[in-house]
Ligand binder design. Structure first.
Ligand SMILES: O=C(O)CCC(=O)C(=O)O
Ligand SMILES: [Fe+2]
Length: 208
């Protein structure tokens, strides 16, 4: 299913006015279930890797900062349910370029699992000396998530915070260079697709 024009407008307006947007039903339950099956296949067949902090020679692994496991998605070889998700992100990217003039050229996405007890401390999604990430987006895949399960995305908005429960089908997106955020301790396995819209094509890395 395509994203509705209402959702596209809602996301663009909210990004323009408050630097973040949350949409509850970006994916249908069927679409979530199909992506979870792909997750299960990848968990069986290939290992997810511990996520690092920083990039290239600054890459570090530190459980006291971030405890998730990731697997990067190769869009060409992605399974159909993942391709469908990426096509929605493509649609969103084109819409944001038309309406918000963000100059997004590409995006990169990974599968993400936060095992019980893991979190990601407060941070900005920008590497030092690299402003390539323009919009961060996270789509959550957790059915029957209860308030005591933790794992909220906490957005820091000036003097306030906003906590977002990682419930199935929801998309959270925000301006990567502006919104500090964290993932609160999750008590259960927490599944999501995480990505960034970039101001250069994937693979080129840092370009001046
Ligand atoms: O999963 C989330 O809610 C946020 C993840 C995050 O902040 C990141 O991967 O940079
Ligand atoms: Fe982040």
């Amino acid at each position: 299913m395509n994203i509705t024009t209402d959702s596209l407008e809602f996301i663009a307006d909210n990004l323009a006015n408050q630097d973040y947007a949350i949409v509850d039903h970006f994916l249908s339950l069927e679409e979530v279930n199909a992506i979870l099956e792909v997750f299960a296949l990848h968990q069986d067949n290939d290992k997810f890797k511990r996520a690092g902090i920083g990039k290239d020679e600054n890459l570090q692994y530190d459980r006291s900062i971030r405890g998730d496991y990731i697997k990067w998605i190769d869009p060409q070889n992605a399974m159909p349910p993942v391709k469908l998700f990426l096509s929605k992100i493509d649609e969103l990217k084109d819409y944001l370029n038309r309406t918000c003039f963000l100059g997004i050229k590409d995006y990169e996405t990974h599968f993400t699992i936060y095992p019980p007890g893991s979190f990601y401390k407060r941070h900005l999604d920008q590497f030092q000396n690299d402003g390539a990430r323009k919009i961060s987006f996270i789509c959550y895949l957790n059915k029957n998530w209860q308030s005591g399960d933790g794992g909220e995305l906490r957005l820091y908005l000036g003097d306030e915070v906003k906590d977002v429960a990682p419930t199935a089908g929801k998309l959270a997106c925000f301006r990567s260079e502006i919104i500090e955020h964290e993932v609160l301790l999750s008590k259960k396995d927490r599944f999501s697709l995480t990505g960034w819209m970039l101001n250069h094509p994937v693979g080129l890395g840092f370009v001046v």
